[in-house]
Design a protein around this ligand. Structure first.
Ligand SMILES: [Zn+2]
Length: 410
């Protein structure tokens, strides 16, 4: 049975929330405590032993390990192991000057993870075990959760309580087994992601659907302006980031739901999405925004496609290298960077002329499935039929709230 990750809001009374946050704080202390001991060992012996055995030994010396469920403590331990493993990998490649993985900051609440045991979900009611050794004697907490409607799942496999840096709230993340819709289709589709055209989707019947991306672009630019004068990670900055995220996510939901419904209608069984490398190059929001921020709507979009696809019995993969698909002529196969005249149109000397993202999507299709949806047996290219879809949009101007308008001051 396929698994999906569901985010859920936590509805807890203030005391319960305080207990959860305290347990998460303990997890941060345990994480940092393990790091601290490993650093000390390294200084003394020149070696780092991240075996479970050694870490379990250290855990016994950490009083905060009694602050939460023992299996969750083990999962914190495994986070430390993972941190060290990626640190070693970076070190080997000479990509870090640091001596060890970094400590978590005081305010950074570590996740409480539950796998298989220590938790119970009945409807919207969640009960979590906090072990039997907490100083305040609290052994378990109960609260309610809510997630977006329309998701039916069979069983919760994993649950974690995590801190969302943008909203500043704690939330639940559930890994659930879902029943998928029966899908006897055999069709295929390919998706090219971009900025002006959010998604160019090529189907095996030779049609291409374009989803306009300018609303998302406008939202991001607008909020970036508002944010520009603010201190990064300040309360206001986070508030604004949260609002931007909500608005962008809403549009991503609209687009991905529409596309998946279209796939179902056309009997599509498999969708391939070009990877994100091309996007990082082509988007320029100015230097203030780093690479990670550039790419987040697209990562989010791919997540949504995978998630909604899974529910509809459609396989969504993003393992096709998009490299040069945007500058390759779909008709003759020539790779000419200058062929991408303007952002909008791809024109080749062989006579092929197509919207650039349509050309890109057809190339991704061909790369993934080794066949083109619009090439006949003679190898000639038929013109794809293009359907455009505009996202619904509420505008970016924010209503005044609490007397404090959030506006870009030029
Ligand atoms: Zn050509």
């Amino acid at each position: 049975m396929p698994l999906i990750t569901l985010k859920a809001k936590i509805h807890a009374d203030p005391q319960t929330e305080a207990v959860l946050k305290d347990a998460m704080f303990c997890a941060t202390k345990v994480y940092n405590g393990l790091l601290w001991h490993l650093r000390k060992e390294h200084k003394e012996t020149g070696r780092v032993d991240i075996s479970r055995k050694n870490l379990n030994r250290i855990l016994k010396e950490l009083p905060r390990a009694k602050g939460y469920y023992s299996m969750s403590v083990q999962l914190t331990r495994d986070e430390v192991r993972e941190a060290y493993k990626s640190f070693f990998a970076l070190k080997k490649k000479g990509l870090t000057q640091h001596e060890a993985p970094g400590f978590r900051r005081k305010g950074q609440l570590s996740p409480l993870k539950y796998v298989q045991s220590g938790f119970k979900v009945e409807g919207d009611k969640v009960t979590l075990s906090l072990g039997t050794s907490r100083e305040d004697g609290i052994k378990q907490v109960t609260f309610r959760i809510s997630h977006r409607p329309g998701v039916e799942y069979e069983r919760v496999r994993e649950l974690s309580i995590a801190y969302d840096k943008v909203s500043g709230r704690i939330e639940a993340r559930l890994v659930v087994e879902v029943k998928t819709r029966e899908n006897s289709g055999t069709g295929r589709a390919a998706v090219d992601l971009g900025e002006t055209i959010l998604m160019a989707c090529a189907f095996d019947d030779g049609t291409v659907m374009l989803y306009a991306g300018r609303q998302i672009k406008a939202i991001r630019r607008y909020w970036q302006k508002v944010r520009a004068g603010l201190k990064q990670s300040s309360r206001r900055w986070r508030q604004i980031s949260h609002r931007e995220k909500k608005q962008v996510e809403h549009l991503l939901h609209v687009a991905t739901s529409h596309f998946i419904a279209e796939c179902v209608r056309k009997g599509v069984k498999e969708v391939v999405v070009g990877n994100l490398d091309g996007i990082r190059e082509s988007i320029d929001y100015g230097k203030r925004l780093n690479q990670r921020l550039h790419a987040w709507p697209y990562r989010k979009l791919i997540d949504m496609l995978k998630y909604k696809g899974t529910l509809a019995g459609i396989i969504v993969r993003d393992d096709v290298d998009e490299n040069s698909t945007s500058i390759t002529c779909h008709a003759c196969g020539k790779v000419v960077a200058s062929n991408r005249i303007h952002r909008g149109l791809y024109v080749c000397s062989c006579g092929w002329k197509a919207q650039a993202d349509v050309n890109g999507a057809l190339n991704i299709y061909e790369k993934a499935y080794k066949v083109s949806p619009v090439k006949g047996s003679s190898g000639r290219v038929a013109r794809p039929a293009v359907v455009s879809y505009q996202l619904g949009w509420h505008g970016v101007a924010e209503p005044k709230r609490e007397g404090k308008p959030l506006r870009a001051s030029a």
